[in-house]
Design a protein around this ligand. Structure first.
Ligand code: LLP
Length: 388
């Protein structure tokens, strides 16, 4: 079994479970993003919701990416990390007044607006500050993302965004709202999308919509196509960097931009997933009636994706080269959903072995909880461990 090239000796000196971020993988990923995006004038805003670990954010900031935020906390974290407010977009169906005010105070690049009542509140709050808020309308393009139903977001009947059928009505409101300026349109069709035709469909829908705006003499500064590019959870060692070349090419080839119009992206998972692993120890190996259970000291409080979305994370026993044996790999939490994977072959394991749950850099540490009054997992980077 091919495994990650991790400093296992150093891991064995650290209290588990913890997140480990390989910053070389992150830097290579960002280099590839910039190489491919810069072939055109594409602007990438990192979707902060995937991971806000300060060391990870620092590398992302150094690479020059902007930020896509969905809460006041994320806006604050982006700005604290040194990402320029002029590169911050702020989305979310339920922005509270303080969060909108925070965005206004920092003069962020754009609010991605998801409903008429929200637009009215932004207009009021901006008026109170004597400002004009730049907004993009988040539109449901009704494109299927062919992904897990929990993370599909671009279909018509959805809490997110504005339906195409309501668009003319929304556009009609702008002349009566002097404190909001329409500068763009925004889409997001879902996450962990591996079927690239979904993005082609999105381009077609975006082009159609552009025609509507042009027919109403509205020229938008930008189009924001959201995020969603998937990663290879099965083979992180073979495919550590997603195919950004193919991804950006789809938009270059299929999305028709107006003169001077810019194209924006909000990538989360594709940026950070493969650089992170959850590192755990085997506490016990328990022989059931017909199965063996490998009981880890990490549970769904540390990585909830398998329990919540039946997500697959590759699991490697970093301490063993023994033949493969089948296990149910489970956590210590008092719920049967605390199972990372069933009937999974890994190198034969014993108490104390170090286990890596791979591709956990996105929606891992950030979704951790303290259920059962467990401690939140710590995190270490490759740079830090090198100097230890
Ligand atoms: N933009 C918007 C408006 C979004 O809602 C999202 C993700 C993104 C960008 C970033 O999408 P990405 O490039 O990461 O696919 N917790 C789930 C994923 C939820 C994604 C929610 N929205 C998981 O662990 O799979």
């Amino acid at each position: 079994m091919i495994k990650a090239n991790y400093p296992v000796q150093k891991f064995s000196e650290i209290q588990t479970p913890f997140y480990y971020y390989d910053l070389q993988v992150l830097r290579s990923t960002l280099k590839e993003i910039n190489l491919q995006a810069n072939k055109s004038d594409f602007h990438v805003h990192y979707a902060m919701k995937a991971n806000v670990n300060p060391s990870v954010l620092n590398v992302i900031k150094d690479a020059g990416l902007g930020a896509d935020c969905v809460s006041g906390g994320e806006v604050e974290a982006a700005i604290t990390a040194g990402i320029l407010p002029s590169k911050v977009v702020f989305a979310g169906v339920g922005k509270a007044d303080w969060e909108i005010n925070l965005g206004l105070d920092h003069d962020i690049f754009c609010f991605n607006v998801e409903s008429i009542p929200e637009l009215e509140v932004i207009n009021e709050l901006a008026a109170a500050k004597g400002k004009v808020a730049k907004v993009a309308l988040r539109i449901n393009p009704n494109v299927s993302a062919h992904t897990h139903h929990y993370i599909t977001t671009g279909l018509n009947e959805n809490k997110f965004g504005i339906n195409m059928s309501d668009l003319n009505q929304v556009i009609d409101l702008f002349p009566s709202m002097p404190n909001v300026k329409l500068i763009g349109i925004h889409f997001h069709i879902g996450s962990q999308i591996t079927d690239m035709t979904s993005f082609q469909d999105l381009c077609v829908k975006a082009n159609e919509l552009q025609e509507l705006f042009v027919s109403r003499n509205i020229i938008l500064d930008h189009i924001n196509v959201g995020g969603g590019l998937g990663i290879n959870y099965e083979h992180p060692n073979h495919f550590p960097i997603p195919d950004f070349e193919a991804y950006f090419k789809i938009f270059r080839d299929h999305l028709v931009l107006q003169p001077n119009q810019t194209l924006h992206f909000e990538l989360g998972r594709a940026v950070v997933a493969q650089c992170g692993s959850l590192i755990s120890r085997v506490l016990y190996v328990k022989q059931g009636t017909s199965k063996k259970f490998a009981i880890l000291d990490a549970g769904f409080t540390d990585l909830i994706r398998p329990a919540l979305y039946q997500a697959y994370h590759r699991i490697e026993n970093l301490s063993s080269e023994l033949p493969l044996v089948e296990y149910d790999v489970v956590g210590p939490i008092c719920e049967s959903s605390d199972t990372f994977i069933k009937e999974y072959e890994m190198n034969e394991t014993k108490r104390g072995d170090i286990i890596a749950l791979r591709s956990a850099g996105a929606y891992g540490e950030i979704m951790a909880s303290q259920y059962n009054l467990r401690k939140l997992p710590k995190a270490y980077t490759s740079d830090e461990l090198q100097n230890r």
